[in-house]
Design a protein around this ligand. Structure first.
Ligand SMILES: Cc1cc2nc3c(=O)[nH]c(=O)nc-3n(C[C@H](O)[C@H](O)[C@H](O)COP(=O)(O)OP(=O)(O)OC[C@H]3O[C@@H](n4cnc5c(N)ncnc54)[C@H](O)[C@@H]3O)c2cc1C
Length: 295
């Protein structure tokens, strides 16, 4: 097989494992695997197990549906639903990997992969590493994807945009109406026209996690205020005390023919091969091209 060269103007490779992102929901399909790997208790020690999923009206936050998650997740799916800060999740996974003998090499932006000799190289460090197998887990803008399936158009841009906010729970406790949201561990989801908001508490961090999702490009908290005017007044109060927001364009994907290189010990993993929305959609490339997804 010929030597394969990967090039990209922006190659991202972290130089250290550090605090990143906000919260992540870890549903039973993932926690079941963690249990099988004897890692569930470690992950649980940093997690909150939400008792309920509350679907709320966007207008006043009144509860439209109250779905019990404990013990129904364990009873139905054989594993719990957890909420955790991404940094803590990454810490537990990294510690377990190190225990199993994995050595992390940070700050090594891979620019070249040789599938026949199984070596990876970085032009920035001018070194190559010989490996037994390669897992291409290089995320949404994967360089590895096209090495497995040429001309792959699996990643689809959607019109949906997520605005993530974390707020100190102590700041929320100063307001009676906001402290209600902290009373019991639940997932709150406000549903409105062409938009929704999800929130939950994060253990250990003293933070409350929010994701506002809509189809409009909003520039900062001021424009979010304007867009979500008329929603539950508590959301407007939360925006008032939120310092800043981070914006994420959301992507989804068409199914790839394969995630495994036909002639090499090389496979794709994670967003490199199957980026997904963090909620259900009826998606097809046709309605994406026509400017949106059906919810
Ligand atoms: C708003 C939002 C909310 C979400 N909520 C949830 C949720 O609640 N639950 C859930 O399960 N999922 C959720 N997701 C999806 C989840 O975040 C992703 O599926 C997950 O982070 C993908 O992980 P990954 O390791 O495949 O890719 P990434 O997290 O993108 O990691 C890829 C890594 O590869 C590195 N890299 C890239 N190129 C190179 C290179 N050439 N050399 C070396 N390193 C490289 C990058 O630096 C990065 O560290 C959410 C996503 C969004 C946007």
């Amino acid at each position: 097989m010929s030597r394969s060269t990967l090039s990209r103007s922006e190659v991202r490779a972290k130089s250290t494992l550090r605090q990143i992102g906000a919260g992540i929901e870890v549903p039973p399909n993932s926690t079941r695997i963690l249990r099988r790997w004897n890692m569930l208790e470690a992950v649980k020690s940093y997690s909150i197990e939400p008792e309920k999923l509350l679907l709320r009206s966007y207008r006043d936050g009144s509860i439209m549906s109250n779905q019990s998650l404990v013990p129904s997740m364990e009873d139905t799916y054989g594993a719990p639903w957890l909420l955790i800060h991404r940094a803590n999740f990454q810490k537990v996974l990294a510690q377990e990997a190190e225990k199993l003998g994995v050595r992390f090499r940070m700050g090594f932006p891979v620019t070249k992969i040789d599938y026949s000799s199984l070596s990876i190289a970085s032009s920035s460090t001018d070194t190559a590493i010989q490996v037994d197998a390669i897992l291409g887990a290089d995320g949404l803008h994967s360089m590895c994807r096209s090495e497995v399936q040429a001309n792959c158009d699996s990643v689809l841009v959607t019109n949906d945009i997520a605005y993530r906010i974390t707020i100190k729970a102590d700041d929320m406790r100063k307001h009676h109406r906001l402290s209600e949201l902290l009373a019991i561990p639940v997932i709150n989801a406000w549903l409105g026209p062409n938009a929704h908001v999800v929130s939950y508490t994060l253990k250990e961090t003293g933070l409350y996690n929010f994701v506002f999702i809509c189809r409009v490009q909003l520039d900062g908290i001021g424009e979010m205020h304007e867009f979500f005017k008329g929603w539950d007044p508590r959301l407007c109060m939360l925006l008032d005390i939120a310092g800043k927001t981070r914006k994420w364009d959301l992507y989804t994907s068409n199914e790839m023919e394969t995630w495994i290189h036909p002639k090499s010990a090389f496979a794709l993993l994670g967003d490199a091969c199957h980026p997904m929305h963090p909620y259900l959609l009826v998606a097809s490339s046709k309605n994406l091209q026509n400017g949106g997804l059906d919810r």
